[in-house]
Ligand binder design. Structure first.
Ligand code: CA
Length: 413
């Protein structure tokens, strides 16, 4: 990576989309959807590069890039997409084919983003010890905040993929049953305690056949890349419904993701050690090397007609369970995975009050209003608020980021 030349495309030093990134997405240009990458303020139309013969001998065919989703491309596995990304980096830094490559560049002001993957299955983990401890402290026992299984199992549940939406799409406040008072019957109506959850998601390639497992050592070979993820949560609906089978309608009305998938290869330089795990984990969850990633994360709330205020600064490096452990655990029983499956991390809270990744924690169950700019405050998310999450890695002047996931909340239908 150190030998990589700068791109001949001008890229601002604050851009998330440097030559070190080269993410993948699907863009809409003149009502035509294309598989694309991105450099600075330009999308790179890969179908144009392929037609010009610049992506030959990498194992791809024209339809992989004329598709409206990345799934056909992802079927080529890590070796395929790695060769492709390396080639795009070369084409954007080496000037040999500059005149041809320039024809593939489209200003981002002339495109809109599309959902990049056909999401198959969706799983949500619960892997931040700070988040799990905060929730346990609020709702159970401050002296015994973590449930007995938490340090043994990367706890997760199967969610719903149909309601995963792209950044920019608005949502309506969900309705449902709630039980606001312990000694009174439940009520039905719009959710009053609407919340975000700051998460990252990873997307897999095709895995192994049903019955086989993926080890922690193999896990990276099955992970394509990552996105920012907002796991919208209706806290009042959740509290009433979750016993005994877990989250249901409090979660499946919407989850929002960012549009560009940043590859695991691009994130490799930003690996850091994870926290010490005590008690020792089962052998199938042991791993070697640095498996956490130093990703700066920020959450903003923007009330309608007002400025955006930052309410949270966290970091993905805090996660207790890493992705390799999550994937090894997910498949240890023989569960199969497929290209386009999505796995969210769980709320990413850090150790300080400013780094808590949900309003539930930031407002401590609504007991401490969170100040925004201009005298405004919030305990939970109100109608017409926009929640914006951003994330980036930066090291030695090299920046790789995710852009943002932004979602506006409209009143209940
Ligand atoms: Ca979640």
């Amino acid at each position: 990576m150190g030998e990589l030349k700068q791109s001949w495309v001008t890229v601002d030093s604050s851009s998330d989309f440097s030559i070190y990134n080269i993410p993948f997405g699907v863009v809409n240009h003149n009502n035509s959807k294309k598989v694309a990458s991105r450099i600075g303020d330009f999308a790179v139309d890969l179908s144009v590069l392929f037609s010009a013969g610049l992506l030959n001998n990498l194992g791809f065919i024209a339809s992989d890039f004329e598709a409206d989703k990345l799934n056909p491309m992802m079927k080529k596995g890590k070796s395929g997409t790695r060769k492709l990304r390396n080639k795009i980096q070369e084409l954007l830094s080496d000037e040999t084919n500059k005149a041809e490559v320039e024809k593939s560049l489209i200003s981002i002001s002339n495109i809109s983003m599309e959902m990049p993957i056909e999401i198959g299955d969706y799983t949500d983990f619960y892997s931040s010890i700070e988040h799990a401890t905060n929730v346990g402290t609020m709702f159970r026992d401050p002296d015994n905040a973590l449930l007995p299984n938490w340090k043994y199992i990367p706890v997760g549940y199967h969610g719903r993929s149909s309601s995963i939406i792209l950044s920019g799409q608005e949502i309506h406040r969900p309705k449902g049953q709630q039980k606001p008072k312990d000694d009174e019957p439940p009520v039905f109506g719009p959710c009053k305690l609407l919340d975000f959850e700051l998460e990252m998601g990873f997307v897999t390639y095709d895995g192994k056949p049903l019955g086989d497992s993926i080890s922690t050592a193999e896990a990276d070979d099955y992970i394509f890349g990552m996105v920012l993820f907002n796991d919208w949560s209706a806290r009042d609906i959740q509290k009433w419904e979750y016993v005994p089978l877990g989250p249901f309608l409090a979660k499946n009305f919407a989850s929002s993701m960012s549009a560009w998938i940043v590859t695991l290869d691009a994130l490799e330089p930003f690996r850091v050690a994870g926290p010490k795990q005590d008690p020792a984990v089962f052998p199938y969850l042991e791993y070697s090397g640095n498996k956490n990633i130093d990703i700066h994360l920020e959450v903003q709330i923007q009330p309608e007609g007002d400025e955006a205020s930052t309410v949270c600064n966290s970091n993905y490096k805090h996660m207790y369970w890493n992705q390799s452990q999550q994937l090894a655990h997910h498949t240890v029983n023989g569960c199969d995975i497929h290209a386009g499956d999505l796995y969210a991390s769980g709320t990413i809270s850090g150790p300080t009050k400013e780094s808590f990744g949900s309003m539930l924690e930031l407002s401590w169950k609504g007991s401490r209003p969170v100040p925004l700019k201009n005298g405004v405050e919030r305990k939970f998310i109100q109608d017409h608020d926009t929640v914006i999450m951003k994330g980036y890695c930066e090291k030695n002047g090299k920046r790789v980021g995710f852009g943002e996931v932004s979602t506006k909340v409209l009143p209940s239908k």
